[in-house]
Design a protein around this ligand. Structure first.
Ligand SMILES: NC(=O)c1ccc[n+]([C@@H]2O[C@H](COP(=O)([O-])OP(=O)(O)OC[C@H]3O[C@@H](n4cnc5c(N)ncnc54)[C@H](OP(=O)(O)O)[C@@H]3O)[C@@H](O)[C@H]2O)c1
Length: 330
């Protein structure tokens, strides 16, 4: 049940049907592992018809998991310490590893580059609303670490991208470049972008289980200049495009939200290093990152096949982009 193994694994996935969990399940099935899902049966029901799904609401009822043993549980979508404590208690002694998907939002200081030893947020009554998610994730991490010690793996992704992303933060860009014309690019080409392809993250999570890798890991891609990211978008789509950079101060003066008022643009000084996270520990532990062109092409193909995002959920509406361009372009 523990240690490095090449044999098929018996995995329990808490969640598994939306984005990252879905990719973990797909990768696990492709590798020949046996998978049990636990979820409420609401998100994409029937997605994995040949996989055993135990139906339950983890916030109040884990009765469906009262029996069984697994090589590992991958807890993809735990947000509340009270809820994660419930699954930690229920599964202790019956899983060989507890993989908890946390977030880089746990880091207390996002203004300077951090590694895994950076201080994490603590839950307290006067915490600003935007830090509550990270503080809760940090408390969940600690619960898992306390209970499972060396059998705990804490995965801290930054922005996760790729097919089936329910947000339009990343898919917006290849779609926008494919449309061509005058394109609003936010900030400065030297600003940083950082993200991970959901399938690379899923593969690495499975690798952790296979090799018995415990500990805490920042798991995002390599930091890159925004300018290089947009060049890659252009190269993949090859549409005739006229990029127009609008500096952050002008976008802020126009009233845009500094947190992704334009997809992937972050202009909050408190988050100046959010896209400069040190991922050397995960890279040394086998995190493999596919070429950006692959991620962009696959995301665009998925986005095109679904007919783009639902109306009103696009990262930046066409009319709004053109209004900003006509008002702000020099
Ligand atoms: N997206 C990002 O950029 C990003 C960045 C950093 C960290 N993260 C972390 O990555 C994870 C992403 O999660 P995901 O949504 O992609 O995971 P997922 O496992 O693909 O989807 C969420 C799953 O949770 C299940 N679920 C929701 N509420 C439940 C409940 N009360 N009881 C039982 N099951 C429940 C859903 O199914 P039902 O609705 O059918 O129950 C669904 O299967 C999260 O932990 C997030 O904090 C994401």
């Amino acid at each position: 049940m523990y240690g490095n193994t090449d044999r098929p694994l018996n995995l329990l996935i808490l969640g598994g049907t939306r984005f990252l969990g879905r990719a973990v399940v797909e990768a696990a099935l492709a590798d020949g592992h046996q998978v049990t899902l636990f979820n409420r049966g609401r998100t994409n029901p029937g997605l994995f018809p040949r996989v055993r799904t135990v139906i339950g609401d983890r916030t109040e009822d884990l009765a469906g998991l009262a029996d069984g043993r697994w090589d590992a549980v991958v807890d993809v979508a735990g947000y509340e310490p009270r809820v994660v404590a419930r699954s930690v208690d229920a599964l202790h002694g019956r899983v060989g590893r507890y993989v908890f998907v946390s977030s880089l939002s746990v880091l207390a200081d996002q203004s300077t580059p951090q590694d895994e030893d950076g201080e994490v947020l603590r839950l307290r009554a006067d915490l600003p609303a935007h830090q509550v998610y990270g503080a809760r994730k940090a408390a969940c991490e600690q619960l898992v670490l306390d209970a499972f010690e060396r059998q705990a793996t804490i995965v801290r992704p930054g922005m996760i991208v790729g097919p089936h992303d329910p947000t339009d933060r990343f898919a917006y860009w290849p779609r926008r470049f494919a449309r061509g014309g005058r394109i609003l690019l936010p900030g400065d080409p030297a600003d940083a972008a950082q993200f991970i392809d959901v399938r690379d993250l899923a593969d690495w999570i499975l690798g952790c289980v296979r090799s018995g890798l415990g500990g805490v890991y920042n798991t995002t891609g390599r930091s890159m200049p925004f300018g290089a990211f947009f060049e890659a978008c252009h190269a993949v789509t090859r549409a005739v495009a006229e990029p127009v950079w609008i500096p952050s101060d002008r976008l802020l003066a126009a009233g845009l939200d500094p947190w992704m008022g334009v997809p992937m643009w972050i202009a909050d000084p408190a988050c100046a290093a959010i896209n400069r996270v040190d991922v050397s520990r995960a890279l040394a532990a086998g995190l493999a990152l596919r070429p950006l062109a692959r991620t962009l092409a696959d995301t665009l193909a998925w986005d095109t096949a679904r007919g783009g995002p639902a109306a009103g959920t696009e990262g930046l509406a066409v009319q709004e982009e053109q209004r900003l361009l006509s008002e702000l372009a020099g």
